[in-house]
Design a protein around this ligand. Structure first.
Ligand code: AP5
Length: 259
């Protein structure tokens, strides 16, 4: 399918809570007081990585991006990277026999003890079931705290603009968008002056496959977590700061209520 600007089933633009202004959140979860696993759901380009970095900074917990870990392995040319490279360049999902041990290994690192943010995982119902079992059988900070699941909803046309316009700094990983969040100077990082790069899978023909794979394999997770009563939906079409405020509010409410 050729990616084009249009409306597509499953890409609900906006939706979810729209009531929390950017400056109106009081952060009641004391840092490091509770181990909060946060799962960010959303289509490619919805803003999971952008928000995950802010949550990580706010709660001092690590961002675990399966996409970033896989890309690092590709760059380092590890065995995992060699196996994943072609699959990722086609925009398809990497197989569970590679992804699940990689996630298990990362979640067992000491920095996850006080909580973590999963960005890009789980991506299928099978991965979600695996994660449920993993969280049931492991303590984090001596506790078993159910995850907070935040779904960031963005419409198809906005996703296309975000993905085709995305550029990032290879040094500090800061994410920009040449249309929506441009750097101060043409295509160089505001922080370190390095030339920004475009991801290989942000080419239009690959974007199309990624969005289809999302619809087919990942969208069912919204119902999976809704049935568990732990889904919070956020309108991801607002400016990033407002999405952040709503995301913090959702995490805070869910963690306080245990759901
Ligand atoms: P991954 O790296 O996870 O990519 P993705 O899910 O496709 O998500 P993206 O990173 O593209 O988007 P994002 O939601 O993080 O958006 P961002 O914040 O960057 O996965 C890549 C590949 O790895 C997969 O295709 C697969 O092959 C493999 N893989 C990964 N996990 C796997 C798993 N669990 N199982 C199997 N395979 C797996 O934002 C996008 C752009 O929008 C940026 O330019 C940003 O500046 C801009 N933007 C963000 N928020 C806003 C806003 N509110 N307003 C305006 N612009 C905004």
């Amino acid at each position: 399918m050729k990616a084009s600007r249009r409306e597509v089933d499953g890409f609900a633009g906006g939706g979810g809570s729209t009531t929390v202004p950017a400056n109106a959140v009081s952060y009641r979860i004391p840092r490091n007081d509770v181990a909060v696993p946060v799962i960010l759901l959303g289509a490619p380009g919805a803003g999971k990585g952008t928000q995950a970095k802010r949550i990580a900074a706010r709660y001092a917990i690590p961002q675990i991006s399966t996409g970033d870990i896989l890309r690092e392995n590709v760059v380092r040319n590890t065995e995992l990277g060699q196996k994943a490279k072609a699959v990722m360049e086609r925009g398809e999902l990497v197989s569970d026999d590679l992804v699940l041990p990689m996630v298990a290994d990362r979640l067992c690192q000491p920095d996850c003890a006080q909580g973590f943010i999963l960005d890009g995982f789980p991506r299928t119902v099978r991965q979600a079931e695996w994660l449920d079992e993993f969280l049931r059988s492991h303590d984090f900070g001596g506790q078993k705290v159910p995850p907070v699941v935040v779904s960031i909803n963005v419409g198809y046309n906005q996703l296309l603009q975000r993905l085709t316009g995305r550029r990032s700094c290879p040094i500090d990983q800061k994410i920009y968008n040449i249309y929506l969040q441009p750097p101060k100077s043409d295509c160089v990082c505001d922080l370190c002056g390095t030339q920004l790069v475009q991801r290989k899978d942000d080419r239009e023909e690959v974007i199309s496959e990624r969005l289809q794979s999302y619809q087919r394999q990942t969208l069912p997770l919204v119902d999976y977590y809704r049935r568990q009563g732990r889904l919070r939906e956020i309108n991801g079409e607002f400016p990033a700061d407002q999405v952040t405020a709503e995301t913090f509010a959702a995490i805070q409410e869910s963690a306080a209520g245990g759901a």
